[in-house]
Ligand binder design. Sequence first.
Ligand SMILES: [Zn+2]
Length: 172
Amino acid sequence: MEKTLTDEDKKIIISLEPNKPKGPFPKDSNQNDRSFSESYYSSTTKYGPVNRLWLCYSTVLDAAYCESCWLFSKLCSHWSKGLRDWKHLSSRIEEDSKSKAHIEACSVHDLWRKNRAIDKNLEEELKDHSAGGTAQEVLNILKNLDISIEKCYGQGYDGVRVMSGAYNGVNA
Ligand SMILES: [Zn+2]
């Protein structure tokens, strides 16, 4: 994880599923046989479990890391390099969740994910409709409008279908 990632690398990483292998995880004899646990992938709230989208585990390093901090934080923290402090992992997770650098990294990550989803769905739509220049312009405008992205993303598949209707309109 020392390598500097290019924007292309980041796009590829984001298009893949987050690295969340299922256990069992190796127990560390230097840490009273503690190990990572799948339970860290989500947090418990009074509304039930909530996925920690950012929390990943590297089998190669046997370390937990934060995908958002790794990809987008300017600060080089333990969370971007990999963390193996199993005893204090819960409190380290809390710390990261609240850190400014992490929150910023998460919002950039989120935006990239949304753009990625839009790119993929619309690219396919555009192919289907062989829409040409106008639709490409619309796509560019959309990419620049967080508000539209938010809306499309929230609506999921239906949003995309509505959008394709909009394209027909544009092309007519
Ligand atoms: Zn983080």
